[in-house]
Design a protein around this ligand. Structure first.
Ligand SMILES: [Mn+2]
Length: 354
């Protein structure tokens, strides 16, 4: 049966949070190693309209085998299993996304890191192949009980706003980049870049026992900030599998993002791919509405029938993990932790009773 996991940002990787995860019923962790803006607040439209998720200074600082093993032992000493890493740092692959001059060298770096991940026994790497990245959310106390929650309202943002030089994936990788903006990018070009990336990385992933799983575009718009987005609809997302039949090619199945898409049936899609073993892990979150207007909500109150999702996973004997992904923040001294504990408890009860 499906297993329960928690995603932890780099700033949260400590023994207190490993114990927290275990206490809330999680057995597995998904670890993010990107240095996002410090603090508990989600970067949002009102707070960080142009600066995005912050500045990464990790160029040249690759994920080394010894560091991965050290963290893995610490995680395991708390009774947990390290299931996946989520997201490359933009500093490691900006010219792969942008087709820039450092592309080939950065590809060598990614291959080196994927091999390290495999040798360290971490079976899954989630990635998000996007130029604009997660951008354009707003954050307001619009959740149940005035919970702070993120959402998207296309009419209040300038979705054609170009991206400044030195930025990609909603982070700054070069603070000294000349002023100006990056050129528009077509869908054809984006598919070519993804195809090149997968052709390069998948053989290395396969050889090292790592599954590469792709997150859909959040928010799921066909274009954002003058760059085409690949996975803005369920049918486009499914095209990922046409690029390679490698067992290392699969989905980081974000139920929330897929539900935000204007067409398609998330549960049907979950059924199809959980049966065929193409789902690395699941972002088990709920949402109300669809593009151009949606809000993230508590796991029990959205448009998706989460119990039905668990029944599907049970029927298909899905053995992977579910993580909450996001939750509205709860009004207390630990808003993020309370939101996660609430989601994990609900998820564990569903898994235990279905
Ligand atoms: Mn997600």
């Amino acid at each position: 049966m499906a297993k329960l996991g928690l995603g932890l940002y780099k700033s949260l990787l400590n023994s207190k949070n490993f114990d927290f995860a275990h206490q809330a019923g999680a057995t597995h962790l998904v670890v993010q190693l990107v240095d996002y803006i410090k603090g508990g607040d989600n970067p949002s439209l009102s707070q960080n309209y142009l600066k995005g998720w912050g500045v990464t200074k990790n160029e040249g600082k690759l994920w080394q085998y010894d560091d991965l093993i050290r963290l893995k032992k610490e995680i395991e000493s708390h009774g947990l299993t390290w299931e996946a890493i989520e997201n490359f740092d933009p500093a490691h692959w900006y010219d792969i996304l942008l087709d820039g001059p450092k592309r080939d060298r950065q590809m060598d770096d990614l291959k080196y890191m994927v091999a390290n991940i495999g040798k360290a026994g971490i079976p899954i790497l989630g990635y998000y192949f996007s130029i604009a990245g997660v951008w354009g959310w707003n954050s307001r106390p619009s959740g149940r009980g005035h919970a702070m929650t993120v959402g998207f309202d296309q009419e209040v943002i300038d979705s054609d706003l170009p991206i400044q030089n030195g930025m990609v994936w909603n982070m700054t990788y070069d603070e000294k980049a000349p002023s100006g903006t990056i050129p528009p990018i077509s869908r054809t070009e984006m598919w070519e870049r993804l195809t090149w990336f997968l052709n390069q990385i998948l053989p290395v992933a396969e050889e090292n026992g790592v599954k590469m799983v792709a997150h859909p575009d959040d928010p799921p718009l066909p274009e954002l900030r003058q760059s085409a987005r690949l996975f803005y609809s369920i049918s486009e997302y499914e095209k990922l599998l046409t690029l390679s039949d490698s067992p290392s090619n699969g989905f980081e199945f974000c139920m929330g993002t897929l539900q935000e898409m204007p067409e398609g049936d998330v549960l049907q899609t979950l059924d199809k791919y959980s049966a065929s073993g193409k789902i690395g892990y699941i972002h088990f979150r709920n949402v109300k509405g669809k593009v151009p207007n949606y809000r993230e909500v508590f796991v029990d109150e959205g448009d998706l029938d989460m119990a039905a999702a668990i029944r599907i996973l049970k029927k298909n004997n899905y053995q992977g993990i579910l993580i909450p992904d996001h939750s509205p923040a709860m009004s207390c001294d630990a808003p993020w932790h309370a939101g996660m504990a609430y989601a994990l408890g609900y998820m564990k009860a569903l898994i235990d009773t279905v």
